[in-house]
Design a protein around this ligand. Structure first.
Ligand code: NAD
Length: 448
């Protein structure tokens, strides 16, 4: 049952984390029969019951609808999923390898091998995970060795650019589609699957495997560079008495530059940018492209230094030591509208202050549970009021709207010292200072 027979291809999605669960739901929304596979039985059970085990706006509704209609199923049985589908999307994780900057490719390799071994009819394998350049060519070798003889199992690469917190929208209406390593037949299958976004004008870039792998990594490297660029400039603004937020607005009006990703502050984190630029450094070094290595190293260093700058600001705000001081940390997620705390700058700062003897109380509208699992020694408040009560200093580390739009008059009554470190340059400093707060931005002007 494939497109050659005039029927819609049936889809399997291997790995149902942030990327895979969203992709599976989006494919069902586009009208395909989809089966999602994961090795984590708790994830499979939750998704099968129509529950999303993480916070992603719009996704629970989509999963519930399509699990309900029967178009979307989840299983831990990879062989069954592969046997009953025609196109297999590889969406497993590629985290940073322990003790190294390299990507851990063991999940991608074993998932691809397992798919190839389980194939009982011809099918297309589509890589979506973010991988170092050269990985897909190697996986083709693994597939050739593992698939049953006589089975046609080409591998193409279709990297994913979705942003957490906008994942559904980004998957259904991507800025562009990249198809790597396709021939006429596999190109036609991908164009059939993505017919809806293509019909509304989404550009398709068809290229070789290496280019497709590198487009994704380069996009993240560029975004990381943009953030570290404005953070480096913010350091200069601070010593020169300039205002980095006004500067960023002025730069952003130039459409060659654009305003997005020019917010000076605590820097980037999450499950993608940090590990992707490190994997790029590692791979570029292997291939002898040393300029990329140096550039990414600087980007990473500037980013990590921002965390230290906030820690130093907090110590300074507490008069030279945070020992036994109460510090309210607003935010645990690596950015607003997600519960993802992988490499969260907010938690990194909170943990560092905790280790220096501060009484840190973290508050987050969605990420307290995931954060408590990763940092069991930290304490979490149930409400913003609870976190701010008796605080010697307040740190805004993730710019959730509930924090940015909170009533500064009310909060000033709760805090012991109304000092706020606006580490995301997100607060209306005039409004907060007229409510009695001393607002200390990161790289901007202090407003008292
Ligand atoms: P994740 O850790 O949330 O999900 C990975 C899932 O794969 C897990 O549920 C895990 O149990 C499962 N898995 C591992 N091995 C498996 C196997 N052999 N068979 C079946 N399931 C298996 O990771 P994620 O954030 O979804 O990222 C996945 C990939 O997508 C990574 O390469 C990442 O860089 C890339 N990516 C992520 C995003 C994002 O915003 N999260 C965006 C674009 C690309």
């Amino acid at each position: 049952q494939d497109s050659a027979a005039g029927l819609k291809p049936r889809i399997s999605v291997i790995g149902t984390g942030y990327l895979g669960a969203t992709h599976a739901a989006a494919m069902a929304e586009l009208g395909f029969d989809v089966i999602g596979v994961d090795t984590d039985p708790a994830k499979v059970d939750a998704l099968s019951a129509g529950r999303v085990p993480f916070h992603e706006p719009g996704l629970p509704e989509l999963i519930l609808e399509h699990v309900g209609s029967g178009r979307l199923r989840f299983t831990a049985d990879l062989a069954d999923a592969v046997a009953t589908s025609d196109v297999h999307f590889i969406c497993v994780g590629t985290p940073q390898r322990r003790g190294s900057h390299a990507a851990n490719l063991s999940y991608v390799e074993s998932a691809t091998k397992a798919v190839a071994e389980a194939m009982s009819h011809d099918g297309l394998i589509v890589g979506k995970s973010t991988v170092p350049v050269g990985t897909a060519a190697r996986l083709r070798g693994i597939i050739t060795e593992s698939k049953p003889t006589g089975i046609d199992a080409p591998l193409v690469w279709n990297p994913e650019f979705l942003r957490e917190a906008h994942a559904v929208e980004d998957t259904l209406r991507p800025d562009r589609l990249v198809f790597g390593g396709t021939d006429a037949k596999s190109e036609a299958v991908l164009r059939e699957i993505y017919a809806a976004p293509i019909a509304t004008g989404t550009p398709v870039i068809s290229c070789d495997l290496a280019t497709a792998e590198l487009v994704k990594v380069s996009a993240n490297a560029f975004l990381a560079t943009k953030i570290s660029f404005i953070n480096a400039i913010s350091e200069l603004c601070e010593v020169a008495g300039a205002d980095v937020s006004v500067l960023a607005d002025a730069l952003g009006h130039d459409d060659r530059i654009g305003r997005k990703f020019l917010n000076a502050g605590l820097g980037f984190g999450g499950g993608c940018l940090p590990k992707d630029i490190r994997a790029l450094m590692y791979r570029a070094n292997e291939l002898g492209a040393t300029r990329v290595v140096g550039l990414m190293q600087e980007v990473d260093e500037i980013n990590m230094l921002q965390r230290q700058r906030v820690i130093d600001q907090a110590i300074d705000a507490c008069g030279g030591s945070v020992l036994n001081r109460k510090i309210a940390v607003l935010g645990a997620a690596f950015k607003p509208d997600t519960d993802d705390v992988r490499d969260s700058p907010a938690l990194n700062v909170a943990a560092a202050l905790h280790l220096r003897g501060a009484r840190v109380l973290v508050v987050d509208p969605e990420a307290s549970n995931t954060a408590a699992r990763s940092f069991p020694t930290l304490s979490f408040a149930d409400s913003l009021d609870e976190a701010v009560t008796d605080a010697d200093v307040v740190l805004l580390l993730t710019e959730w709207p509930v924090f940015v739009n909170a009533d500064p008059v009310h909060l000033a009554e709760l805090a012991t010292n109304p000092i706020v470190l606006d580490s995301r340059n997100a607060l209306d400093s005039e409004v907060w200072s007229s409510a009695g707060w001393e607002v200390r931005p990161l790289g901007g002007k202090v407003v008292q």
